[in-house]
Design a binder for this molecule. Structure first.
Ligand code: GDP
Ligand code: IMO
Ligand code: MG
Length: 441
């Protein structure tokens, strides 16, 4: 079975794109299955940095098929800018296919995202203000516009937009004092979108089904992370889609039997952008070391990421929700030079003094939890040039082994720098096309 899910196991920005770019070398299909341009995925290739919001991170290989799947929401303006950027950099990009089932983010979604956030004041979610929540709201409310709708006749499209305007205009104007939807303005926008997107719209479900039947390798690229999942994350401080492994099936159109492995990507510490509880968050010198050395600024919004120690309670929960087979631990090099490292192995409820090892379903409970830590000595010198697990400082090996032991999931990949080759491959995640192994021994 050839499909591997690469899922963010924390609160996003775990380094998913680096892992995808690395593994994509031996894959033929790379699929974004949920989210939209709220994602910011960074690939560093030969010293050059590429940031992707919608286009799958495998696009830098000219012989791959990259799919934006049915579970995504697409802002055509952002897509166009990404395509232009690749063209300007003269990148011979792979084949791009966009599902007609994906939903479109329109200007009124973006306006609503901002207005809703502003109305929440102090209690705001801290969204990326890219219109993601309102686009998914319309999808669930069955008044969304889909990519394939751009190919409908003018008459049908106009009548669809009219229905949307009739339902949404009272909300836009009365509840949020926003301008109403102008049907003709959206019609001409759709014409513009058609020009951008038409060359890429194709039945991606069919392409993937055939790929799986022929035994081709497929990588399913998660955006955001498990703790931002609409159903399983720290609700309501979550995104509006399902980044978790289950979402990879609904969002790509592949059935669960096509999935061979699920790899969870996590930093050796934790970061979070936006509001919401974060038990291991640091406000001390160690926190500023992680933020500064880790260059923890959002790829999409440029906001400073909140930083803290690795939370094994949240990770154990993440491993269960996703059914993780392996861990890809990134940014180990950021620990270089730290005297002490910490791992959160349990929570103590500050109100009741009760100790728990499971992740609470409600943030009102999570907010009362303080971390219980195990402490580890750090190391001096750099791990960036290490390519074998056994060559890591013994302190790093001990930290990683304990982390894996607590979560009860084996280590598959250790990332020691942003570049493709700054990687320790412990386990051969993908079946090799020629039966050879890419394992670094
Ligand atoms: P994603 O959203 O999960 O793809 O992650 P982002 O691209 O938003 O953020 C991860 C950042 O860490 C990017 O700037 C990467 O280039 C960088 N990165 C990835 N792996 C490593 C690593 O092992 N070490 C260091 N120092 N940086 C890394
Ligand atoms: P990648 O794919 C980190 C966060 C926002 C906010 C919450 C809801 O790069 O890991 P939204 O705009 O989705 O409605 O915002 O989710 N968020 C992310 N945080 N990485 C991301 O994507 C994120 N996408 C959304 O900061 O807290
Ligand atoms: Mg990111």
């Amino acid at each position: 079975m050839p499909a591997v899910i690469i899922v963010g196991a924390q609160w996003g920005d775990e380094g998913k794109a680096k892992v995808i770019d690395l593994l994509a070398e031996r894959d033929h299909y790379i699929v974004r299955y949920q989210g939209g341009c709220n994602a910011g995925h960074t690939v560093v290739r030969d010293g050059e940095t590429f940031k992707f919001h919608l286009i799958p991170s495998g696009i830098l290989y000219s012989d791959k098929t990259c799919i934006i799947g049915p579970g995504t929401v697409i802002s055509p303006e952002v897509l166009e800018a990404e395509l232009q950027n690749l063209a300007e950099k003269k990148i011979a990009m792979g084949r791009l296919c966009i599902s007609p089932r994906a939903h479109l983010t329109l200007p009124y979604h973006i306006a609503l995202d901002g207005a809703k956030e502003d109305s929440l004041g102090e209690g705001k979610i801290g969204t990326t203000r890219r219109g993601i929540g309102p686009t998914y709201e319309d999808k669930v409310g069955r008044i969304g516009l889909r990519v394939g709708d751009l190919l409908l006749s003018e008459e049908i499209l106009r009548s669809r937009i009219q229905v949307i305007a009739d339902q949404k205009n009272p909300v836009l104007t009365k509840a949020f004092q926003l301008p109403p939807i102008d049907v003709e303005a959206i019609m001409s926008l759709c014409e513009q979108y058609r020009r951008i997107m038409a060359p890429f719209i194709t039945d991606t479900d069919e392409i993937l089904a055939q790929a799986v039947e022929q035994g081709e390798n497929v990588l399913l690229e998660g955006a955001q992370g498990t703790m931002l999942d609409l159903d399983h994350g720290t609700y309501p401080f979550v995104t509006s889609s399902n980044p978790t492994a289950g979402g990879a099936c609904t969002g790509s159109g592949l059935g669960p039997k096509a999935i061979s492995r699920v790899i969870g990507v996590a930093k050796a510490y934790t970061t979070r952008v936006g509001s919401g509880p974060f038990p291991t968050e640091l406000f001390d010198q160690a926190g500023s070391h992680l933020a500064t050395v880790g260059a923890e600024f959002g790829t999409t919004t440029g906001r400073a990421r909140r930083c803290g120690w690795f939370d094994a309670v949240a990770m154990k929960y993440s491993a269960r929700i996703n059914g993780l087979d392996g861990l890809a631990i990134t940014k180990l090099d950021v620990f270089d030079g730290l005297e002490e490292l910490r791992l959160c192995t349990g929570y103590r409820n500050k109100q009741t003094d009760e100790v728990v090892h499971s992740f609470p379903s409600h943030i009102e409970v999570l907010e009362h939890m303080e971390p219980i830590y195990e402490s580890f000595p750090g190391w001096q010198g750099s791990v960036r040039d290490v390519r074998k697990f056994a060559d890591l400082p013994i302190e790093a090996q001990n930290f990683l082994n304990r982390l894996s032991q607590i979560i009860n999931v084996p280590l598959s990949i250790i990332s020691v720098g942003p570049e493709r080759d700054q990687t320790i491959l412990i386990e051969d995640i993908l079946p090799s096309p020629k039966g050879t192994s890419c394992l670094v021994s």
